[in-house]
Design a protein around this ligand. Sequence first.
Ligand code: SPD
Length: 290
Amino acid sequence: MRKAGDCEILAMGWIDEVFDGVRYGLEGTVIAEKDSAFQKVTIIDSARYGKGLLLDGCWMTAERQERHYHEAIVHPALCSAKRIERVLVIGGGDGGTARECLRHSSVQHLDLVEIDGLVVEWSQQYLPSIGGGCWNDPRFHLTVGDGIAWAADAPDASYDVVIVDGSDPAGPAEGLFNRAFFEQCRRILRQGGVFATQSESPEAFREVHVDTVKLLRQVFGHADPMYGWVPMYPSGWWSWTFAATDGRRYLQPDPARATAVDCGCEIWSPRWQRGAFDAIPAALERELNA
Ligand code: SPD
């Protein structure tokens, strides 16, 4: 078998996520692939975005475009929660979400609960720039286990921020989109706490997106989707949805916290965030408000 750098090439050509009659692909090579206990885990190397990760054939992240996703899911929450000492990340086994959270110096303790140990192991091995320093940060605590059970077992009001960085609602991530789970997330937030989740594409997965936002509005009394881009994901158009225990505080980043992180961001800034919350398509806004 041929080699690319230190890696064996298992296959080369177009690597596509196929969904609903459309293919979203990158040209590259498959350098590692294995069925874990939960899903098929694939690592690719591409000319355009560098090394990347797929789970069950769906794009998750890649070295040269992960910031679109990780900055968007983290900073609206970390810049707006009343306190940010204790953070829970459910999923996020590539480390990108934890890395961005830990850029906030007020974070004292971050629990990351990822169900699939192979995702963590291969992210550390093949995608070290995505987790960056998170794996060795003394504030970082990794548990390979079920995030749904973790949330159910956590004491009331035990986190300032809960971030759900799961994959699509099929397979191991299915339970990350239902009412019972969202209710647990709300219960374990302290007063002034903020919840964030990836909420799928308003184009490719419109129904899941709408259902997720509506459900969060029922559970928290309000919730707001924010729109941006993750070029490798289906349609490239993505969303993250935020809620809080005491109103829509995530719309207003704290200026001091924002200034401390935004010079290190490629995508996120308070201005980008304002536009991203406002960039709700008209028909979608009507549907969500109906
Ligand atoms: N369709 C892809 C949804 C993936 C969301 N999670 C990505 C993991 C990045 N940390």
